[in-house]
Design a protein around this ligand. Sequence first.
Ligand code: ADP
Ligand code: MG
Length: 385
Amino acid sequence: MTSRSDEGPRDRPLPEDAGAGRSHGPVGDWGEDGSIDATARVVDAAPTDEERRIEAALRPRRLADFPGQQRVRDQLGLVLEAARRRQAPPDHVLLSGPPGLGKTTLAMIIATELEQPMRITSGPAIQHAGDLAAVLSSLAEGEVLFLDEIHRMARPAEEMLYLAMEDFRVDVIVGKGPGATAIPLELPPFTVVGATTRSGLLPAPLRDRFGFTGHLDYYNTEDLQRILTRSAGLLEIEATREGIHEIASRSRGTPRIANRLLRRVRDWAQVHGEHLVDQDASLAALELFDVDKQGLDRLDRAVLEALCKRFGGGPVGLSTLAVAVGEEPDTVETVAEPYLVREGYIVRTPRGRSASRTAWEHLGLQPPKSTPSQDQLPLGGRLDH
Ligand SMILES: Nc1ncnc2c1ncn2[C@@H]1O[C@H](COP(=O)(O)OP(=O)(O)O)[C@@H](O)[C@H]1O
Ligand SMILES: [Mg+2]
């Protein structure tokens, strides 16, 4: 089952984040499944249900209103403009990157910019090839099919998708066993927009069928300030530059977290009678919600502490580390780790995860002599905050 927006994305708010985060049902029943995690971290990058509603209001609608990710934006702008001039659907687009950076937002923008309706479904909602066949065979010409969490689609559906993306055809299987026949069904040209937090998990043949892949990276403080200023305006929150800056610099480079922290600081300001998101309110609220100066939260610190204190700085395997902090390996790998690696706290090696000098210092601990310093790290530098 998918949701359908015949009027096009500009005329009606679309359901958000189909099948993303903790709600794995098909589109349409998200939000109703009571799957909100009451212990959700304030810097967890997955949206809660209440948040999906607020997020819908905060999403930029056009490419020109989307701050940050300059490169992806320029590339995507070109792909869309060329398609418009050819008056044909663009290549299929894959958006990859950690949660909360704007994949769903960009998918909606693509449909809006193409002035096409968008159909939303997700990998976990497609458990059988038949689920996908039903969606594909009802697509209109030019329509945008958004496949969230595309890496979680069932294998037979994946194979059906290859054919559909390449030849605009599905083979509908009629009958069972030796008598089964495949009846080819022609599809009108359409555009798949896939989103994934784990592009490494996509099989190569599927990845190859996307003509354009946009990799979203963490935002710098300046872009987050721009996003927060815009959100504060839309939510009618009065905020000072310093207040916004404080929040932006502690949001782990992630707009979803930035917007969430903004609302918590607003709460704090309201309860304390000031109604103003300034630096004092930001500092007090962020402390209350356990977000430290670098934007690391309890899980991030738990990971670093386990790594340094229990495993002597590593290397240690992902699953061992996950058990030590009481989380699913997937959560540690997609939510906590990418940022910790990006910021140079953790090094990923073939033998496991190791703590860098920065990690030890962040915890106020003396690093062992052999600890690599940041500039020796193989991956990523620090962001400019
Ligand atoms: N570049 C951006 N500018 C403004 N808001 C953004 C941007 N990127 C993401 N957001 C906001 O962050 C929230 C999460 O974005 P979303 O697209 O759902 O992330 P993802 O699908 O990658 O998890 C949304 O409320 C969206 O409005
Ligand atoms: Mg999403």
